[in-house]
Design a protein around this ligand. Structure first.
Ligand SMILES: Nc1ncnc2c1ncn2[C@@H]1O[C@H](COP(=O)(O)OP(=O)(O)O)[C@@H](O)[C@H]1O
Ligand SMILES: [Mg+2]
Length: 477
């Protein structure tokens, strides 16, 4: 078949309903999830028992089974007004468990992690920060049919031209993209703004992508089956070659959260329909969202749900270091738990008995007031042995594409047993840099040895200084 040159308008402005670039906050949140990318779920059998390792989770069987019960309760709508409290030492997998729970609740369920101390912002009220996190944990799935060009990328050639404004630079005038489906091929001549989107999505030849015809938004669906090979990273998703024509109508699903919609509408622009609501998603800075606005957004959303265009997807809000919240926040949290559209709430702490912040005399387990504790199911996480740490390190090394020489795993696991799971995992990246510096692509035991000369784990560091604070550096002033 002859390649035609169809052009979805060379200078298409990125229209109002193109997906927004991820905002600064959502970037920060995804980087918080990145260290847990090997966790795919709780890894439970159908009768709710935990295998020693499953879905990327090693050990921690009691806690995993307990979380499985919570997932069942949530799914059968018997968990409303309650919360899950994870208690355990740092690095024992509390955040990983919370993320696994959100995976178990379904794909694309929003997961909104925050740290208790985040409420102390000078810009926004404490309770607002909590309310916003709750809204960010409620997803909205919108279905619409759109005109797209979809296929496997066979060619990706940016055409450069002299930049009239500068004597030195060249600019991309357009980009030629070849797309292939089972049925045929097509060559598109696309606008440079789309080329930027292509670079951002890290699209290369062999990926399956689609370009929305009237907005120019580019989306990477996955890697084409034909390129699947056994040693590739397991985090890659492989998809079959699309069927039908390159140019077609396709039902697209977009996931946004109520928090996104609130933020977008805090800076009023455009109309009340959902597309302009979504179009203004590009967020800059922090704006205070009022309760009135939230009610407005709820009303619009309800309308779309009633029409069957959108579907509400309740997600998970995870509040780490919950002992950092103060009494005012706890009271508000009780109220939020009672609200009709509350997400699943997971709290975590590593404190024992502690003073409830904002009070002078109330000491309570985990620094959480008893009335909130009363609503919590409490799950404890245990420490890991050397073997378990070794397995997790190996999983992370696979995900990050790092090769480990002989004896390295044992060595890191040993370090992890002395320090913590997190310390062990954190050794990986610097060690791989050291290996790279000596021109190897495999981490060897000597890299770990060198790391130990350069850095200290917390326990060693504390021992060095000693109980009397005998740190000479301190006497300099
Ligand atoms: N049982 C486990 N199986 C696999 N990975 C784990 C396990 N426990 C912890 N991890 C990983 O170890 C690191 C530290 O765990 P994390 O959940 O952040 O601990 P916590 O929140 O309790 O301080 C994370 O990268 C996490 O994914
Ligand atoms: Mg954590």
């Amino acid at each position: 078949m002859k390649a035609t040159s169809a052009t979805p308008s060379t200078s298409a402005p990125v229209a109002h309903n193109a997906l927004p670039p991820p905002s600064a906050t959502s970037n920060a949140r995804s980087s918080r999830i990145a260290p847990h990318s090997h966790i795919k779920g709780l890894g439970l059998t159908s009768d709710g028992l935990a295998a020693p390792d499953g879905a990327g989770f090693i050990g921690q069987t009691n806690a995993r089974e307990a979380c499985g019960v919570v997932v069942d309760l949530v799914k059968s709508r018997k968990f409303s007004g309650r919360a899950l409290l994870l208690v355990g030492a740092p690095g024992t997998g509390k955040t990983a468990l919370a993320l696994a729970v959100s995976h178990e609740l379904g794909t694309k369920v929003p997961f909104c992690p925050m740290v208790g101390s985040e409420v102390y912002s000078t810009e926004v009220k404490k309770t607002e920060v909590l309310a916003e996190s709750f809204r960010r944990a409620i997803g909205l799935r919108i279905k619409e049919t759109k005109e797209v060009y979809e296929g496997e990328v066979t060619e990706l050639t940016p055409a450069e031209s002299e930049n009239p404004l500068s004597r030195y630079g060249k600019t991309v005038s357009h980009v030629i993209v070849g797309l292939k489906t089972v049925k045929g091929t097509k060559q598109l001549r696309l606008d440079p703004t789309i080329y930027e989107a292509i670079l951002k999505e890290k699209i290369v030849v062999g990926d399956v992508i689609y370009v929305e015809a009237n907005t120019g938004a580019v989306k990477r669906v996955g890697r084409s089956d034909a390129y699947a090979s056994s040693y590739d990273l397991e985090s890659e998703t492989y998809v079959p070659l699309p069927k039908g024509d390159v140019h077609k109508r396709k039902e697209l699903v977009q996931d946004v959260t109520l928090g996104d919609l609130d933020a977008a509408n805090a800076r009023p622009q455009g109309g009340q329909d959902i597309m302009s609501v979504m179009g203004s998603l590009v967020k800059s800075g922090r704006t205070e969202v009022t309760d009135k606005l939230r009610r407005e957004v709820n009303k619009v959303v309800k309308g779309y749900v009633d029409q069957g265009v959108a579907e509400v997807v309740p997600g998970v809000v995870f509040i780490d270091e919950v002992h950092m919240l103060d009494i005012e926040c706890f009271t508000y949290l009780n109220a939020l738990l009672e609200s009709p559209m509350a997400p699943t709430v997971i709290l975590a702490t590593n404190r024992g008995n502690a003073l409830v912040r904002g009070t002078t005399d109330i000491v309570s387990p985990h620094g959480v007031p008893v009335d909130l504790l009363d609503r919590c199911l409490i799950v404890k996480t245990d420490g890991y042995n050397r073997e378990q740490i070794g397995k997790v390190v190996q999983l992370r090394a696979n995900v990050e594409g790092l090769k480990l020489g002989s004896g390295v795993l044992e060595r890191i696991a040993e370090e992890g047993e002395r320090g913590s799971m997190r310390y062990a995992l954190q050794l990986l990246t610097p060690a791989s840099i050291l290996a790279g510096l000596s021109g190897r692509n495999q981490i060897e035991v000597e890299d770990i040895g060198e790391m130990n000369e350069l850095f200290l784990d917390a326990k060693t560091s504390a021992t060095n200084i000693g109980a009397d604070g005998g740190f000479d550096g301190g006497k300099m002033w």
